[in-house]
Design a protein around this ligand. Structure first.
Ligand SMILES: [Zn+2]
Length: 115
């Protein structure tokens, strides 16, 4: 598995959670308006899910080599919530290639066990 594959997997998971939260928010708004006002509670649940997904995204998506925060770097050029642009080829903090195998990085769990 490459660094890019791991980051895309994390990004995809976070994107799905945030999309589910957005869907819950919109559903709560529509049902609360047309069916019963108590259903607007779904809006609060959706908002919390989207906020938690955003916080998770900004806090946990890091370079496996140097643990630098990659959240902003991976957002440009935009490829949606699920993919990383192929034009991003290196970590801006340590310069490691995103197509390098995850096991070869300094911060990989196997490297920490066997320095
Ligand atoms: Zn790095």
């Amino acid at each position: 598995m490459t660094i890019r594959a791991k980051l895309e997997m994390q990004r995809r998971g976070t994107g799905l959670v945030m999309f589910a939260g957005w869907f819950c928010f919109m559903t709560g708004m529509i049902l609360g308006f047309f069916v019963h006002p108590i259903l607007t509670v779904l809006c609060a649940v959706g908002f919390i899910v989207v906020a938690a997904g955003g916080i998770w995204y900004f806090a946990k998506i890091r370079c496996p080599n140097c643990h630098g925060p990659l959240c902003h770097a991976l957002n440009w050029p935009p490829k949606g919530l699920f993919r990383i642009s192929p034009r991003i080829r290196f970590c801006p903090f340590c310069g490691v290639s995103l197509d390098k195998a995850l096991e070869e990085t300094v911060g990989a769990p196997s490297a920490e066990r066997n320095p």
